[in-house]
Design a binder for this molecule. Structure first.
Ligand SMILES: Nc1ncnc2c1ncn2[C@@H]1O[C@H](COP(=O)(O)OP(=O)(O)OP(=O)(O)O)[C@@H](O)[C@H]1O
Ligand SMILES: [Mg+2]
Length: 265
């Protein structure tokens, strides 16, 4: 089997929809017949909860914390994989709140997720990583491991600065590690019918002329799907936003060369 396509959902600004986008893109990829491994790298564990796995978040060690901080535990990442109806999940854990200072002190502190994923990733078409809302070692681990980023952003002017900071950070990471990180798409999220939103949509298209800029509208069904522990594609496939996430997934399939694979009806 070829290498899986790996991508992280990143924006250090809080509450812009990283977790919502990560779960729903993963769900849409699954609906297209892809095998998806979802990694919740955020110590807040929102995605873990939003996939109905809150017990895992509170489970005793070993957890993702141990996998990332103790090289001898690295292989046990395989034991952390939980089956969800739509995807396999490596849940976050309450212990992850203590992981950043450990990674700062560790040798190869930015590479631990990448090293761990080597033990599980071959079984999947996609690995999707949900990032925490700041540019620390966890975000670096996600960017280093995946080399591809999907960027959710609110359609409001504060997003300009947020994206500038994100791209400065990505650029310095590329220089430090001598790697290339590719931005795959922008997802403008919680878009409403306001002039500010319209102006920002134009700004996104101008700022990112070479990649798709998707538009996800404000929909309470997205919150309901989260509470139900599923992607909206599974929870409410007829919702207009399920079609948007399917389009994102179809485009990723094309970008990563899955376009010719058979898509189940
Ligand atoms: N398109 C949308 N329509 C309605 N509600 C949304 C939409 N996108 C996100 N939300 C809601 O907004 C809140 C924040 O979204 P989410 O948790 O996905 O953001 P985040 O970037 O992951 O946050 P954090 O930075 O804390 O990780 C959640 O309550 C979520 O349900
Ligand atoms: Mg989140």
């Amino acid at each position: 089997m070829p290498e899986p396509a790996k991508l992280c959902v990143s924006n250090q600004k809080g509450g812009v929809g990283k977790t919502t986008v990560a779960i729903n893109v993963a769900g849409a990829l699954n609906a297209r017949g892809r095998d998806v491994l979802f990694v919740d790298l955020d110590p807040q564990g929102n995605a873990t909860e939003g996939l109905g796995l809150v017990d895992e978040y509170e489970s005793p060690p070993p957890s993702l914390f141990d996998v990332l901080t103790d090289p001898e535990e690295r292989e046990t990442i395989a034991d952390l994989v939980v089956e969800h109806e739509e995807m396999d999940v490596i849940p976050s854990n309450i212990d992850m709140t203590a992981v950043e200072p450990e990674l700062v002190l560790a040798r190869r502190g930015g590479e631990q997720l990448s090293l761990a994923l080597e033990h599980v990733e071959d079984d999947y078409d996609y690995v999707v990583v949900d990032c925490p809302p700041h540019l620390g070692y966890l975000a670096d681990n996600a960017l280093f491991a995946t080399r591809n980023v999907l960027i959710p952003a609110l359609a409001e002017s504060t997003s300009k600065r947020a994206l500038e900071l994100l791209f400065d950070h990505i650029e310095s990471l590329e220089l430090d590690y001598e790697i290339e990180i590719t931005d795959r798409c922008v997802v403008a999220n919680r878009v409403e019918e306001t002039n500010e939103a319209k102006e920002m949509m134009e700004w996104f298209h101008q700022a990112f002329p070479d990649i798709p800029v998707w538009e996800v509208r404000k929909r309470v069904a997205l919150q309901r799907a989260f509470t139900d522990g599923h992607s909206v594609v599974e929870y409410s496939p007829d919702l207009d936003m399920a079609a948007v996430f399917d389009a994102v997934a179809a485009d990723l399939d094309e970008q990563f060369g899955f376009a010719d694979a058979e898509v189940p009806a």
